[in-house]
Design a protein around this ligand. Structure first.
Ligand SMILES: Cc1cc2nc3c(=O)[nH]c(=O)nc-3n(C[C@H](O)[C@H](O)[C@H](O)COP(=O)(O)OP(=O)(O)OC[C@H]3O[C@@H](n4cnc5c(N)ncnc54)[C@H](O)[C@@H]3O)c2cc1C
Length: 567
């Protein structure tokens, strides 16, 4: 092979998985190159909350908590069972804390544990109420200079004024701005910074959540002079004697042959944005929208398959899910608003199917909630499902794109996003739900709100539900009456936040062929890799935790192999 350029590791995709692989490779002395299909770095990672789920991490040790690896093993064992190769979750449990420590010590990646963030399956052995989920510390986008524009934007719906980022904790403090000095002072500080930013930048430069993570990874790549090619498309892999030796990349109108001594890494973020692949692999009715990055279209997976890489076995639904409401932005584009934790668990809201009946504990994780929609839909239409609340709820907690304390929700009613009615009967008519069923369901639910016990679905009975509820609401932080007109409804549909069906790999993240043999020189991580946890969602940050850990393992394996070649 005659190469135009040669590197040790060529990574396709600049999300958390790919950038971690490229960064760790560089820190291990390898020459790495990142080839990114779109015009910006960050992918879905840049849109995410940036939470990483790392059992047994050193921040926990700092609090005197040891032995979390054993608990995590029990937890993942119970959750995943035989849905995925146990060696993969074992590799994750071993390597995840090492990856986190490595990046905090060797690069300036910075995380802090959420004080409380319960795992998503509190009913299982080994689940914890906090300590495994960490958030990235804020990052100052100005450090990147003109390259700040190369970082993909978060979802406008999850920012203030559509351009300014705040964390969940900050949002809670800002909500108290009318009654507390702390909230007022924070609001003033953030707005002054934002206004100053806007004199020079297209959006706020104080980055938090997934945007901080993506920008910090990018910053670290730049500091180590790792080239990141944007708007570059891998056309084909070069395979010689059963080993991937490089690839052909189209860049700036020219085709370049790139040698990859240590291998090529597929890190294209799965296929949540490919209508064709979603049609082939995701359940029906097929998701029409996604909040994931529009370039995550499975191209890298198809490329790997062309070199003999095998897909993992299809699972229950081959995706990770958000229930989302679909709205329209002021500029006319479509908003996909993921209902992650802000409304479903709060007291005074129910989700109903077309019969006006509840079908799930509304407070469960977004992944479980959407799966429940699909299951319920098999007997009674639950896609779309309807979230129902009253005026008091809307004012206190907001509903999807309608923020708490919105003085004029009429704008959302006018656009058709929010349905409003003076009576439940009228609301049911407007949303095409059985009126008698809805009235009956609300009466029954209001009785649960008074006793504090949801006899049907157990909403508010465990630590995860209560964490996302309203701690100040009694007797159950997740149950409140729906009684104060007007009544409101928003429709929810399933949207993949990522896909779980991907390239089969071993514990070093080498892709495997159909007979289970590693394909030398071809790796996968992030959502291009078949889910190491069988398509389950153990806790907040599991996706990024897995993506970064297997990205780290790719680099460590490639570095070891390079060492062996040099010896
Ligand atoms: C709103 C939202 C919030 C979320 N919050 C969290 C959270 O807090 N914690 C968590 O764990 N998960 C979260 N997730 C899920 C998580 O963001 C994704 O699972 C994760 O970012 C996937 O990482 P990745 O590296 O595989 O892909 P990505 O971050 O999507 O990066 C893939 C990159 O590859 C590029 N690419 C695609 N095709 C090619 C190609 N052919 N050649 C070169 N490049 C290519 C893409 O353009 C993209 O830049 C969230 C998702 C959403 C939508």
């Amino acid at each position: 092979m005659k190469a135009d350029e040669e590197y040790d590791l060529v990574v396709l995709g600049a999300g958390a998985g790919g950038m971690t692989a490229a960064l760790v490779a560089a820190l291990e002395g390898l020459q790495s190159l990142v080839v990114e299909r779109s015009g910006q770095v960050g992918g879905t990672t840049a849109r995410s909350s940036g939470t990483v789920w790392i059992p047994n991490n050193h921040h926990l040790h700092g609090l005197g908590i040891e032995g979390d690896d054993r608990a995590a093993r029990a937890y993942l064992g119970a959750l995943v069972g035989d849905k995925a190769e146990p060696a993969l979750r074992e590799a994750f449990i071993e390597a995840a804390p090492a990856m986190l420590r490595y990046l905090e010590e060797r690069a300036d990646l910075r995380f802090q544990p959420y004080p409380r963030q319960p795992d998503y399956h509190q009913e299982l052995p080994g689940a914890v109420e906090g300590g495994r989920a960490l958030e990235p510390l804020p990052f100052d986008g100005r450090i990147l200079g003109p390259d700040f524009d190369k970082v993909a934007w978060p979802l406008p719906e999850l920012m203030l004024f559509g351009r300014m980022m705040v964390t969940r904790a900050e949002a809670a403090r800002l909500l108290r701005a009318a009654t507390s000095w702390d909230g007022l002072a924070l609001g003033a500080r953030l707005i002054v910074r934002y206004l100053a930013d806007r004199t020079r930048w297209r959006r706020g430069t104080r980055l938090v959540l997934g945007n901080a993570l993506a920008a910090r990874l990018f910053h670290n790549l730049r500091r180590r002079a790792v080239p990141v090619w944007l708007n570059a498309a891998a056309r084909r892999l070069i395979v010689e004697q059963g080993r991937v030796r490089g690839l052909v990349v189209e860049r700036g109108g020219a085709e370049l042959t790139i040698g990859a001594r240590g291998g090529v890494v597929m890190a294209g973020g799965g296929f949540p944005a490919s209508p064709e692949l979603c049609e082939r692999y995701l359940p029906k009715p097929m998701a029409q929208y996604t909040a994931a990055y529009q370039w995550c279209r499975g191209e890298t997976i198809l490329l790997a398959q062309s070199a003999g890489a095998a897909l993992g076995p299809p699972g229950e639904d081959n995706a990770l899910w958000f229930p989302s409401s679909i709205g329209r932005r002021r500029d006319g584009t479509t908003a996909v608003y993921p209902h992650i934790v802000l409304d479903r668990a709060k007291p005074g809201l129910i989700a109903v199917n077309a019969a006006g009946r509840r079908f799930v504990n509304e407070a469960v994780s977004y992944h479980r909630f959407t799966r429940a929609m699909y299951r319920a839909h098999q007997t009674t239409p639950a896609i779309p499902a309807m979230l129902i609340c009253d005026h008091r709820f809307l004012w206190n907690y907001g509903l999807g794109m309608v923020r708490p304390r919105t003085p004029w929700p009429g704008r959302f009613v006018k656009s058709g996003y929010l349905k409003a009615a003076a009576t439940l009967e009228e609301l049911a008519r407007k949303i095409g739900v059985d009126g008698a069923g809805l009235a009956d369901t609300v009466n029954r639910h209001n009785e649960f709100a008074r006793t504090g016990v949801d006899a049907d679905f157990g909403k508010g009975a465990n630590a995860y539900d209560r964490w996302a509820g309203d701690a100040e609401h009694r007797p159950n932080p997740c149950l409140g009456p729906i009684e104060q007109p007007p009544f409101y409804a928003v429709a929810l549909v399933p949207t993949p936040l990522g896909t779980s069906l991907g390239l089969l790999t071993n514990r070093h993240s080498q892709t495997l062929d159909a007979s289970g043999r590693p394909i030398e020189g071809l790796y996968a991580c992030g959502n291009d890799m078949h889910s190491a946890v069988g398509g389950e969602y153990p806790g907040a940050g599991a996706q990024l935790g897995l993506a970064m850990t297997f990205g780290y393992l790719v680099a460590m394996h490639a570095a070891k192999a390079a060492g062996a070649r040099a010896a």
